[in-house]
Design a binder for this molecule. Structure first.
Ligand SMILES: [Zn+2]
Ligand SMILES: [Zn+2]
Length: 510
């Protein structure tokens, strides 16, 4: 299916995020020729971050939410008081760290196992079985083939009654021909780590609450989370969190937005004819596509720098001596916010219509999946960024410009408070997401260590949601303010996506 087609693959966070600016604790950068990873031995976190992980070290009493040298850094949305930082005791943080340290060898095996069995969207059967079996063995209540999606799953744990609920997402899908070139093996593993660390903390500190780990298929294409949203998978969650790797030499966290994306396709239907003998009898569908393509190429000079329009042309039984009677184009339209997406899409549609008008072809336009821009909850983001600085001296950043990629977690972020930090992993020659080099990086011990450390911080922020009602209220207030006032703002509703006549596996990559 999708693997046969040349595509723009930029669905989730690509490596366009800035790399590390600081020379600190070097991580091992694998070479392109580095093949089989070493077998898991002990804790990768301790190996790559010696001393700091087992011993929770408080480094600073305040955080500027990122490096002062970073361009476009935004001021923190909330000021930070030391007393708030102390709200969750050191003991709770140590509980999370202890749980992850104990789990680390198993998490490493899990990650490598998924990496070694790359599966495309909606085909994540091996990952589904492996992950559900693992979570079931750890005492979670597991629902396989969740909500009618064969590779979706849900693992749930509840402590006590009346508590809040933290959702965690575990992406699983890979890329055709590249495998885990987006590092979703690390995302799945980190999701498991967050969920299990939260469970341990709830039990050890007698905090009421629920943890829901969702296995979310089809992020690269197919918008699996949107389907799960429509089917109610997120209804019981107070917040939802996940993390995503990008390339970078030393570990840092990114809290940036991403572009909203609308996929669409057009088919042109013409009339075949002998290209030399009687071309005047033909209606040229390929010409229609090229007129439309030329129109869009001109359009691209008049769109905003953060917007993107990109597509491909495909045909059927094309040969130079027959006027083509069929052509298809698949397009991705990206804008910085949901409300900017529709006007841009309409400008593209007019170009598509122009192709048909100029050539006399009949045409059909179909809308595909829609990914919304990612709205990082500022309270959750600040909490995690501050603790990353304080606990491990890990810098964080956010930028005014969104990452020029897209994720279906953006749809989640419209529906409820959400956090989607990126974390950096070393890759050969700095290879970015969606490349073979990134796939190599995603299986290294250094990447694993970075993911586990990020999971510890993510779990700690999740635990604060469960344990601190005032904090959760602030998170909710920020979400409601965000969705009410921001560009493309709404009150949190997520409209059903326009699926048109697309079917999953249509070959579009996001
Ligand atoms: Zn990706
Ligand atoms: Zn990804």
């Amino acid at each position: 299916m999708a693997s046969n087609l040349p595509h723009e693959r930029s669905g989730c966070f690509s490596g366009l995020l800035p790399g590390s600016r600081r020379q600190r604790g070097s991580q091992h950068v694998p070479s392109q020729g580095e093949n089989a990873p070493p077998p898991p031995q002990g804790s990768s976190v301790e190996k790559f971050f010696p001393g700091a992980f087992p011993e929770y070290v408080r480094i600073a009493s305040s955080c500027d939410f990122g490096s002062a040298q970073r361009e476009n850094a935004l001021p923190p949305a909330y000021s930070w008081a030391a007393s708030e930082a102390d709200h969750l005791s050191d003991a709770m943080m140590r509980t999370i760290e202890d749980a992850l340290r104990e789990l680390d060898p198993e998490l490493r095996r899990l990650s490598l196992d998924i990496h070694g069995h790359p599966e495309l969207c909606f085909e994540e059967r091996y990952a589904h079985d492996r992950l559900t079996e693992f979570m079931s063995s750890r005492g979670f209540t597991v629902t396989r083939h969740y909500l009618g999606l064969s590779t979706a799953w849900c693992a749930e744990f509840t402590r006590g009654a009346g508590g809040r609920t933290v959702g965690v997402n575990a992406e699983m899908d890979a890329l055709p021909g590249i495998g885990h070139g987006c590092g979703h093996n690390l995302i799945a593993m980190a999701g498991v780590g967050v969920a299990l660390a939260l469970r341990t903390a709830l039990e050890r500190h007698d905090v009421p609450g629920t943890v829901i780990l969702l296995g979310t298929p089809a992020e690269e294409t197919g918008a699996g989370k949107q389907i799960l949203l429509e089917r109610g998978a997120y209804e019981d969650m107070d917040v939802c969190i996940m993390c995503h790797p990008v390339s970078g030499d030393t570990l840092e966290l990114g809290f940036v937005s991403s572009l909203a994306l609308q996929s669409l396709s057009v088919e042109y239907f013409g009339q075949p004819a002998h290209a030399g003998y009687a071309p005047w009898d033909g209606v040229n569908a390929l010409d229609a596509a090229f007129v439309a393509y030329a129109g869009i190429s001109a359009l691209r000079q008049q769109i905003r720098p953060e917007h993107r329009v990109h597509g491909v042309i495909s045909g059927r039984d094309w040969t130079p001596n027959v006027i083509p009677d069929y052509a298809k184009m698949s397009w991705s339209v990206r804008a910085d916010a949901r409300d900017a997406l529709e006007p841009l899409r309409e400008r593209v549609v007019r170009c598509l219509e122009a192709g048909a008008s100029a050539t006399g072809c009949r045409h059909e336009i179909a809308l595909g999946d829609r990914y919304l821009d990612l709205r990082q909850n500022p309270v959750l983001a600040e909490d995690m960024a501050v603790m990353a600085q304080r606990c491990y001296d890990i810098p964080s950043y956010r930028t005014q410009m969104p990452s020029p990629a897209s994720t279906d977690f953006g749809n989640v972020s419209y529906a409820l408070p959400a956090l989607h930090p990126t974390f950096t992993i070393p890759t050969p020659d700095g290879a970015k997401n969606h490349t073979p080099g990134f796939a190599i990086g995603a299986r290294t011990e250094a990447a694993h260590a970075a993911a586990v450390r990020t999971a510890a911080l993510l779990a700690r922020t999740g635990l604060r949601v469960l344990a601190d009602g005032a904090f959760c209220a602030r998170v909710r207030a920020a979400y409601e303010g965000n969705t009410a006032a921001g560009p493309g703002g709404a009150t949190g509703e997520v409209k059903p996506k326009a699926r048109g006549r697309f079917t999953t596996g249509s070959g579009l990559f996001f």
